[in-house]
Design a protein around this ligand. Structure first.
Ligand code: ATP
Ligand code: MG
Length: 221
């Protein structure tokens, strides 16, 4: 089963994707996280990726596709994957479809999480992330603070603020997102696998509710 998580930055792709991954027992593959791991290596490729990410720009298609396909060749994806952040352009979506088709596989659902921009900016600047790749818990200093300031409740790792989680970069990321997302959403709508979840910070739709709704959709389709 392949699930694509669409949606602007900060809408909960990582949180929903992480929970879905546990429930469905398929890996959660976050393109942003893969790129951040390359950045940590401090080599030429990492530096190149960092220059795009810190500006809120997309990593060029060719490079993004190459690195994600490499990940999708790993054996833990034999039963599928939750793709978070990839595809992000219509071209990436077309290439991914071809890649899966060649393996006799397909995308079962494209989940579009939508939240007003104003609320996104507020969420992201207050977001803190557990950098432990086995954990990846996400906090918000306002509405989901850790029990001990700056420390992950689950694994005790020191929380970080992502290099691109500041107001200026978020605004650029949102602009990038809105420019390219329309085509991507239309592409999945045409294939009749688009599932939209409308969110706002006041709604009481929890991550659990969203995951249950997605599972129900998958059972029916
Ligand atoms: P969130 O903040 O909720 O995690 P996001 O979508 O902004 O959402 P990531 O998915 O972690 O964050 O991506 C971080 C950055 O990595 C993006 O701003 C972009 O520069 C780059 N990136 C991630 N996925 C892709 C992709 N498929 N193609 C090109 N660039 C990408
Ligand atoms: Mg993410």
């Amino acid at each position: 089963m392949y699930i694509v998580m669409l949606g602007a930055p900060g809408t909960g792709k990582g949180t929903v994707g992480g929970l879905l991954s546990k429930e469905l027992n398929i890996p959660h593959i976050s393109s942003g996280e893969i790129f951040r791991n390359y950045i940590k290596k401090h080599n030429k490729l990492g530096k190149e990726i960092e220059s795009y990410i810190t500006e809120g720009k997309l990593v060029p298609d060719e490079l993004a596709i190459q690195l994600i396909e490499k990940r999708l060749e790993e054996p833990d994806t034999k039963n599928g994957a939750i793709l978070d952040g990839f595809p992000r352009t219509e071209n990436q979506a077309i290439v991914l479809n071809k890649f899966l088709e060649e393996k006799g596989k397909r995308i079962n659902i494209a989940v579009d999480l939508s939240l007003p921009d104003k609320e996104i900016i507020d969420r992201i600047v207050k977001r803190r992330t557990c950098p432990n790749t086995e954990c990846r818990e996400i906090y918000n200093i306002d509405f989901k603070p850790p029990k001990v300031d700056g420390i992950c409740d689950k694994c005790g790792t020191k929380l970080i603020q992502r290099i691109d989680d500041n107001e200026e970069t978020v605004k650029q990321r949102l602009e990038t997102y809105h420019t390219i997302s329309e085509g991507l959403i239309k592409y999945y709508k045409k294939q009749d696998i688009l599932y939209t979840v409308k969110l706002n910070n006041k709604s009481d739709l929890t991550t659990l509710d969203i995951v249950e709704d997605i599972k129900e959709y998958l059972n029916k389709n």
